[in-house]
Structures are given as C-alpha cells and as structure tokens.
Ligand binder design. Structure first.
Ligand SMILES: Nc1ncnc2c1ncn2[C@@H]1O[C@H](COP(=O)(O)OP(=O)(O)OP(=O)(O)O)[C@@H](O)[C@H]1O
Ligand SMILES: [Mg+2]
Length: 453
C-alpha cells in the first residue's frame, strides 16, 4: 500500500528522477512532469495528495502553476521549491496558498518531513470538510423523516437528552436509523462544533480495534512504526459513537469500562495516561441482556452504558412512516439521477405498505433507489418493486394481530390517497365519518400528517 500520491513538477530532469526514486523508496506513488502543460493534464486525470512544484518552470512560474492546480484540486497542499537566496518569492508563494517551501539544495530527509506534515494537513482538511457536510446536509435533524407516534416519542427523548452529556444506548434492528439518531444527538448537543468520531466495533480484529480506540506508542507491536493517536483522543470534547458494541471483544470491554470509570486511558504500549472528556453513544442490534446472560458481554459495562436507552422500532411496526420515507428517497434519487419521477402509483404504494421490511429503512431506501433507476415513466409502478411478501409466505401471526395490521395499513393507504381528507377516506371505506375517526385514533394516526406540505 502506498502512503499517498505525489505530483512533482520541475524543469530539471535529473532532479526529477532523483526525487522520484527517493520518494518511491519511501513508499509514495510518484508522477512527474517536466512542463506545466503535462502537470495540468495529469492533475485533471487523477487526484494527487500533494504537489511539489519548482519555482522556476519553463513557461510560467511555480506560483502561477500552483494556482492553476488549486483550481482543479483546491485542497491539495503544494510545496514550492526555490533556489537559494530567493526568500522573497518563497514568502510570496506562501501568501498565495502554498503549504510550505524548500530551498534548493535540500536533503531528502527534510523533503520527507514536509511531505508527511502536508499529508497530515490534508487529512485534517478533508475531515473538516466531512464534518461540515455532516452539519449541513445529510444529518440535519430535519432530514430524519417520520410520522409515527413511536418515532415522534424518540425525537422528544432525543431533544430532552441531547444536551445532558450522559451515555446513550441506542438499540434496534439493522437499518432502523441508529447511526442517524446518534449523529442527531451530537448535532443537538453543546459538543456539536467538536468531532463526532464513529467506529464500528464489529469491523476490526481485536488488536486493531484496541489501537484504533486508544492509539499506540511507537514500537508497541510489530507494525507500530510510529505513535498513533486513538479515536478517544480525537473525540475529546466531542462525541464518540461505538457502533455494534455487542461485538466488542471482552478484553476491550474491560478497558472501555475503566475509561468510563476513570475518564482517562493508556494508549497501547503507553505509560502515561491520557485524560479524555467525550460523550459516549453506543448502538447495537443485538439483545445485549442476552449477551450478558451468555457471558459474551460484561454485566458491569452493560450497566455503565445503559444510562439512557433509546429504542428504534422496526419499520413494520410503524408502517405509517413508509409513504413519507418512500417519497423522501424518491426525491433524493430522482434528483441525483436527474430523472423526472413524480411519485408512486397507488398500487406501487400498496406493495410498499404490504412488505415486512426485515432490513428496515435501509432496505426501503435501496428498493426505491433501484426503482428510480429502472423507472421509465412519470410514476413508479408496482412491477419495479419486489413482491417478497406474497400471501403465500405471510408470516403466521394470531388472527387478531393480522387483522389489526391489515386494518392499519389499509387506513394509512386511504389517508395517503385522499391526502388526509377524512370525509373522503371514510366514504371510500364505506364508513361513517365518526367511526373512521375512531379508527384513526385507535392507530394513533393524525389526518394533518397526511396533508402534503
Ligand atoms: N427516519 C429516517 N429518515 C430518513 N432516512 C432514514 C431514517 N431512518 C433511517 N434512514 C436511512 O436509512 C439508512 C440506514 O440507517 P442507519 O445507518 O442509521 O441504520 P442503523 O440502525 O445504524 O443500521 P445498522 O444496524 O445496519 O448499522 C441510512 O441511509 C439512513 O440515512
Ligand atoms: Mg449502523
């Protein structure tokens, strides 16, 4: 694996070759250009992590080229090479946005150091951009779609607890929106301007997980070639989201417990403790109480993290969320795929309402993405949707429950079709208005929620 892609531009062919060799032996991927034109061409074709540009080029000066490269890739740090004694132009290059400069002749060690620092900075910039994106579009609280009473209650809970700083324990099936809620809590808290770090405890083997979380000292284990900061350090003053905590190995559970008790920790191989003030949010789709009983999860840790539990119900228990979610995803994908799709046919919506959605909101999202991609009409038709839920494989449940489930879906469907017009919906159902109102109440449905905004 290479450590980064570097573009070097210099009119001195020998120097170019020499630097390429040096950097390649330090495990960088290097492209070179003798003339400006070639550098611009290469920068358009691929994204470089860093560019090293000589001040004195054939057709233009290094600063002009740097500005052109920045038009293509604004975040790319540029290191300028200057001749001995031209400190003025070096300063000028810095004011025009160069990351740093090196005076010729320079030694390989100095160059490598500058590159490493510049790469750090680039990582930071992309992290900042990622966080900005996180704040503005995707995870804005207003982008969490819901109509169901159960989810409204979750929202109420989130609003009440966001500012407290207590540990939050989010549980619910896969795809129910646990990560979304975790981010919303962070953004609603006083820590919102600091980092939100998330880590999936199931995705990494034991040793890597430990060093990801707590960092390590240089030489702590084979492969630890330099000291590394852990996520707990990065999340200081911010929020740390431990996803799938049910999959955390027992040895690390013990370490985590100590961090929560003492508010400080030791990096792998480290002797000095690191103080940390971070809000912890954990999520799991496992039944952790079960895991505790089976000895796979520490009971003391369970009680430590089970401070504010938030339960996200599966989509099949809040079917009234299906139409607005489907509409939400339809708009998103129609927009990004530049297709003029206006909605769903009533039959298509009916199919969506009938499914049990074992993969919950994520599965619905994927289904809509597929349908939007395939659709050639103004409205999404039923043939583009999976019919996994035919009568034949209907999960057997008590008749009373089956009837109630059907009744609720049926009413939601009517309310969707009439856009919340109760008289019209009652007429279609062949019911008296008052009786229909009682049914709405029975299933916690509000006509106002179905009016198109
Ligand atoms: N109420 C909602 N409104 C809008 N989008 C939602 C909602 N709930 C979930 N999503 C979307 O569904 C997808 C799955 O959500 P998320 O990743 O938060 O689920 P999860 O519970 O963490 O799942 P897993 O257990 O599989 O990690 C995401 O793309 C998310 O944006
Ligand atoms: Mg998740």
């Amino acid at each position: 694996m290479n450590k980064g892609k570097i573009l070097i531009v210099d009119d001195d062919k020998n120097l170019l070759e020499l630097m390429k060799m040096r950097l390649e032996s330090a495990r960088y991927e290097v492209s070179t250009a003798l003339v400006e034109e070639d550098a611009i061409y290469k920068a358009r074709k691929q994204v470089f992590d860093i560019a090293i540009v000589d001040m004195q080029l054939i057709y233009m000066d290094g600063i002009t080229l740097m500005e052109q490269l920045h038009l293509i890739n604004p975040d790319m740090p540029v290191i300028i090479l200057t001749a001995y004694g031209t400190i003025e132009s070096a300063v000028k290059s810095m004011s025009k946005g160069a990351y740093s400069y090196l005076t010729k002749p320079f030694d390989a060690h100095g160059l490598l150091l500058q590159i490493e620092k510049a790469l750090e900075k680039r990582k930071l910039t992309s992290e900042i951009n990622r966080l900005k994106g996180l704040l503005t579009d995707k995870y804005d609280f207003s982008n969490i779609i819901t109509r169901s009473k159960k989810m409204q209650e979750v929202f109420g809970q989130v609003l009440r607890i966001a500012k407290t700083g207590s540990t939050v324990y989010i549980h619910g099936d896969s795809g129910t929106g646990k990560e979304l809620i975790a981010k919303a809590i962070h953004l609603l808290s006083d820590r919102k301007d600091n980092t939100f770090v998330d880590i999936n405890c199931a995705a990494l083997p034991e040793t890597l997980l430990e060093s990801e979380l707590f960092g390590h000292e240089k030489g702590a284990f084979t492969g630890a070639i330099k000291t590394k900061e852990g996520l707990f350090t990065q999340g200081d003053q911010g929020t740390i989201f431990l996803d799938e905590i049910g999959d955390m190995p027992l040895s690390i559970q013990a370490k985590l417990l100590r961090v929560l008790q003492e508010r400080r920790f030791y990096p792998v191989g480290g002797k000095e403790p690191v103080e940390v003030d971070a809000r912890l949010i954990v999520a799991t789709n496992k039944d952790l109480e079960d895991e505790v009983k089976n000895g796979r999860f520490r009971e003391d840790l369970f009680f430590r993290i089970h401070v504010i539990p938030i339960y996200l119900p599966p989509l099949r228990e809040r079917k009234e969320d299906i139409p607005p979610l489907a509409e939400h995803f339809r708009k998103i994908y129609a927009g990004s795929m530049k297709k003029k799709i206006k909605g769903f046919t009533p039959q298509a919506m009916q199919i969506l309402m009938m499914q049990d959605w074992p993969g919950n909101v994520r599965q619905l999202q994927n289904t809509i993405e597929y349908a939007v991609a395939m659709s050639q009409e103004d409205f999404i038709t039923e043939d583009l949707l999976p019919h996994q839920k035919e009568i034949s494989d209907y999960e057997l449940k008590p008749m009373k429950k089956a009837k109630a489930d059907f009744e609720k879906s049926y009413i939601i469907h009517l309310m969707e079709m009439t856009r919340g017009n109760v008289s019209q919906a009652a007429r279609l159902a062949g019911k008296y208005r008052a009786d229909f109102y009682n049914l709405l109440k029975k299933y916690d449905l509000k006509p106002g929620d179905f009016k198109k905004k």
